[in-house]
Design a protein around this ligand. Structure first.
Ligand SMILES: [Zn+2]
Length: 139
């Protein structure tokens, strides 16, 4: 049988089954199950989402990492970032942003939008004060 020491200091090694069972009973090793070539890799999706902000302009973004597959340093940007899906760990159709983080992001985005100073040219300022008409019918 194939075993590995519990502290994983050594690569897995082969021992006789009786010897292996003795070592397992002593808690020194655990059995390494034989792997099938081309078997699908088993992942355990464990996505972590968070809202962050860029330091240079305060724009919110969604960051993510998955401890299941090791995907890390992911960032989704833009107003619709909360609608994104991330493909990882074989999650069918992609992993959607968690509802809680999506809500946090939308709130952060709205707050950020409110802080943006609108730069208005004098022409636009004058334009805004003019009444607007929309003529759709002529008789
Ligand atoms: Zn993953």
């Amino acid at each position: 049988m194939k075993v590995q020491d519990v502290e994983i200091n050594e690569p897995p090694f082969h021992v006789s089954t009786s010897h292996g069972k003795l070592l397992i009973a002593q808690g020194l090793v655990f059995e390494v199950q034989p792997t099938t070539p081309n078997a699908p890799v088993q992942f355990f999706p464990e996505m972590h989402w968070a809202v962050g902000t860029f330091g240079y302009n305060g724009e919110p973004f969604i960051s993510y990492h998955c401890t299941g597959c090791g995907m890390h340093d992911g960032r989704i940007t833009g107003a619709k970032a909360y609608t994104a899906k991330i493909f990882h760990c074989g999650v069918r159709g992609g992993d959607p942003v968690s509802r809680e983080v999506a809500n946090d992001f939308r709130a952060a985005w709205d707050r950020w939008q409110a802080t943006l100073v609108k730069t208005v040219t004098p022409e636009q300022a004058t334009e805004d004060k003019k009444p607007k008409f929309e003529l759709t019918h002529f008789n």
